[in-house]
Design a protein around this ligand. Structure first.
Ligand SMILES: Cc1ncc(COP(=O)(O)O)c(C=O)c1O
Length: 436
C-alpha cells in the first residue's frame, strides 16, 4: 500500500537524517508547575497531598464507606462535580472504566448476536467489555495520522447486526466525533464513547462523553484523574442514566424498566473522596499538559522521522493521557525502535512502544475457539470473523509508535527541551547505535 505523503516524508527527504535540532533556550512563559515540592509521590504519578489524606481520613472516621441509597454521599458529590465539569446532565460513578463500559453495555442490553464496532488501537478492556456480553467485537482500522479509529473503515464494517459504535478517544484525544455521530445518526446505531483516557478532552468546545449517547471514563492508577481504580458514565439522556444507575447497583428502588440483568459495580466512598481531592488539581494539571504538549510537538516536528500524532480537526482540547508519535527508523540510519527506546531510557527519558496488535493477539484469536462463541455464532461465522479482523494500517502503526506517559507533560518547558534534545542526539548517533 503506498504511504501517504505526510509532513514526516516531506521533511525527511528534504532534511536528511543528521539534522541537528536547534532548540532555543526556554523563553515563553512557564506553564504552571503542578507538582508541589511537598507532594507525596514515590513515583511521578499519582500525586497527592494533605487534601487527599484528609479526605480519606474523613471517610474512614465517618463509618460510611460505601454508597447508600439516599442521603449524603461522597460518591454522589463526585457525580455532581464530574458531570458539572464535563457539562453533562447525568453521571453514574462505577468501580472502574471496565465496569463503566459493562454498565453501559448492560443498560443497552447488548448481548449474543450483536456486533459492536471498536478500534484495534486501544486497551484490551474495550474488547473485554464486549465479549463479557457475548457480543461480537468488530475492528475498524486506524487512521495512521491521528492513531484514532478511521470513520470510513467504521462505516464499511457496519452490518445489519451492528448494535453499537464504540470508538475510543485514544491517548485522551477525541476521535473524529463529527464523522462518527453523523454515521450513528444516519445508520440509526447508538454511539457510545470509550472516553476512559479522556477526562477534560473537548470536541468543538464540548467535553467528550456526551457527543454520543454517553461516555465511559476510567480513574485507574495511571489515569489523569485517579483513585487507583474507579470509573464513571456521563450522559445527557435521563432514561439511559436511569438504566445505568439501576444496572450498576442491585436492589433498591428501580428507576427504569428491568431487563433482568444487573451487577454491583459501585464506586466506594474512599475512591470518591480521593477523586474529589484530585479534582482540585485537575484543571491546573491539564493546562500544564496542554502547554507542554504543544511545545513538545513544535520541537519534535523539527526532527526528521518523528511525527507527533495529529489531532482531528474538531479537537479543541486533548486530555494528553499519552503523548504519542511515530518513529521512522529509516530516518535514524535504520536504528530499530527497540534500540531507539533503549537509548532514550539511557538518556533518562523513559518511553514506551505502546500497544501491540490487539486484533491479531492470542487473546483475541482465542475468542474464535471459545466454546460459547462457537455455539452462539457457529464455526463458519467465527472463521469469517478472524478474516474480518485484518487492520493493516494498525499493524504498521504498532511497529512505529512511541509513547510518553502523561506525567512527563507535567514538567517544565526545559524538560520538553531535554526530551527533544535526547531524540535529536540519538539521531546524530543513530548509525553507531544501530551497529552496537
Ligand atoms: C481505552 C480504555 N478503555 C477501557 C479502560 C478500562 O478502564 P479500567 O482499567 O479502569 O477498567 C481503559 C483503562 O486502562 C482504557 O484505557
Amino acid at each position: 500500500m503506498p504511504r501517504p505523503l505526510t509532513r514526516r516524508t516531506v521533511l525527511g527527504s528534504a532534511a536528511g537524517a543528521g539534522l541537528a535540532l536547534a532548540i532555543p533556550p526556554s523563553s515563553a512563559a512557564e506553564p504552571t508547575v503542578v507538582r508541589p515540592p511537598a507532594a507525596k509521590a514515590v513515583s511521578d504519578w499519582p500525586l497527592s497531598d494533605h487534601r487527599d489524606e484528609a479526605a480519606l481520613l474523613a471517610v474512614l472516621r465517618s463509618g460510611k464507606w460505601g454508597r447508600t441509597a439516599g442521603g449524603a454521599s461522597r460518591v454522589k458529590d463526585f457525580e455532581i462535580a464530574f458531570a458539572s465539569r464535563m457539562k453533562a446532565r447525568h453521571c453514574v460513578a462505577t468501580s472502574s472504566g471496565t465496569t463503566a463500559l459493562l454498565t453501559a453495555l448492560g443498560a443497552l442490553n447488548i448481548g449474543p448476536g450483536d456486533e459492536v464496532i471498536m478500534p484495534p488501537y486501544t486497551f484490551v478492556a474495550t474488547f473485554n467489555a464486549i465479549t463479557a456480553n457475548f457480543a461480537l467485537p468488530v475492528f475498524a482500522d486506524t487512521d495512521a495520522a491521528s492513531f484514532q479509529i478511521d470513520p470510513a473503515k467504521l462505516a464499511a464494517a457496519i452490518t445489519p447486526a451492528t448494535k453499537l459504535l464504540l470508538p475510543v478517544h485514544i491517548a485522551g484525544s477525541p476521535a473524529d466525533l463529527d464523522a462518527l455521530s453523523a454515521l450513528a445518526t444516519s445508520r440509526k446505531i447508538t454511539l457510545l464513547e470509550d472516553a476512559c483516557q479522556a477526562p477534560l478532552a473537548e470536541w468543538r468546545g464540548q467535553p467528550v462523553g456526551t457527543v454520543g449517547l454517553g461516555g465511559c471514563f476510567s480513574f485507574q492508577a495511571s489515569k489523569n484523574l485517579t483513585s487507583g481504580e474507579g470509573g464513571a458514565i456521563l450522559t445527557n439522556d435521563e432514561t439511559f442514566a436511569h438504566l445505568c444507575y439501576d444496572f450498576h447497583t442491585p436492589g433498591g428502588v428501580k428507576k427504569s424498566a428491568s431487563s433482568g440483568r444487573g451487577a454491583n459495580y459501585r464506586l466506594t466512598e474512599f475512591q470518591a473522596a480521593v477523586l474529589l481531592a484530585q479534582m482540585t488539581r485537575l484543571e491546573a494539571q491539564a493546562t500544564t499538559r496542554d502547554a507542554n504538549a504543544a511545545y513538545l510537538s513544535e520541537l519534535l516536528r523539527k526532527i526528521p522521522g518523528i511525527t507527533p500524532a495529529a489531532l482531528a480537526p474538531g479537537v479543541t482540547r486533548s486530555a494528553w493521557h499519552l503523548y504519542m508519535f511515530c518513529y521512522e527508523s529509516a530516518k535514524f540510519a535504520g536504528l530499530p525502535r527497540a534500540k531507539f527506546l533503549a537509548a532514550l531510557t539511557k538518556a533518562g527519558v523513559a518511553a514506551s512502544s505502546g500497544y501491540t496488535s490487539l486484533n491479531t493477539s492470542a487473546h483475541v484469536k482465542a475468542l474464535a475457539a471459545n466454546p460459547h462463541y462457537q455455539r452462539l455464532y457457529g464455526p463458519a461465522a467465527m472463521a469469517r470473523w478472524v478474516d474480518r479482523n485484518q487492520c493493516p494500517v494498525n499493524d504498521r502503526l504498532v511497529e512505529e509508535a512511541v509513547w510518553f506517559g502523561q506525567a512527563k507533560l507535567l514538567g517544565r518547558r526545559a524538560d520538553m527541551e531535554r526530551m527533544a534534545s535526547a531524540i535529536a542526539d540519538i539521531q546524530k548517533r543513530a548509525g553507531e547505535l544501530a551497529r552496537s
